[in-house]
Design a protein. Structure first.
Length: 211
């Protein structure tokens, strides 16, 4: 079992825009947003500092965390209600004792939900509220055999529908919790390091679907 320490967060993108019209014309099961990261002009942040870097790389989106105890993330600059979020992930370098996954209902850098897994098979759902991280439905990260170890790949899905927050790994349900703190917000990606830096995660085929 892993204890999920308080996130020390670095935010590189906070802009948000409404998807009200898109949501009205999109049918259930269709994509509200999709990016395969083949076009670097689509607006996901690129940059680096002492903590790590974010950016496009070889048709994917790469997050590198060079400081222990830190997370880096990016959001899609949209605003959603109920959503089903999916992404393909690969560990590109670094320890298997890492964390990476999907954000939903992102309000700002101190308020959102996240579903994460690790490259050694653990998962958790967390709420970050007023800058404080708390696990939902469990005291520590828990193991699940559906998560592929090592470099993966792992397909992650995070459903945020009503009060239900449901996490999947490779098509298998691994976590379901209920929380009503946030009802709308942005969606995005997150990767982080525990005690060992040098975590490098690749993300591809990011999709936000209307449930």
């Amino acid at each position: 079992m892993k204890k999920l320490s308080l996130f020390i967060l670095t935010i590189l993108l906070t802009a948000c825009q409404s998807t009200f019209i898109t949501d009205l014309v999109t049918q259930s099961g269709q994509a509200l947003y999709h990016d395969d990261f083949s076009d670097p002009t689509n607006g996901w942040p690129e940059g680096s500092d002492a903590v790590g870097s974010l950016g496009y790389s070889q048709g994917a989106y790469r997050v590198v965390v060079n400081s222990a105890g830190y997370d880096l993330w990016a959001v899609s600059r949209q605003n959603y209600g109920d959503v089903q979020i999916e992404v393909d992930t690969t560990r590109l370098a670094g320890t298997s004792d890492n964390r990476f996954g999907l954000i939903c209902r992102y309000q700002d850098s101190e308020n959102f939900y996240v579903f994460i897994i690790s490259s050694d098979g653990y998962y958790a759902t967390a709420i970050i509220q007023n800058g404080t991280s708390s696990l939902l439905g469990q005291e520590m990260m828990a193991y699940n055999a559906a998560i592929i170890h090592g470099d993966g790949p792992n397909h992650i899905r995070f459903d945020c529908i009503g009060n239900a927050l449901t996490g999947y790994a490779n098509g298998q349900l691994v976590a379901i919790v209920n929380d009503s703190t946030f009802s709308t917000g942005d969606a995005g990606l997150l990767a982080g390091a525990f005690d060992e830096s040098g975590v490098e995660i690749g993300f591809d085929n990011f999709m936000v679907i209307k449930p």
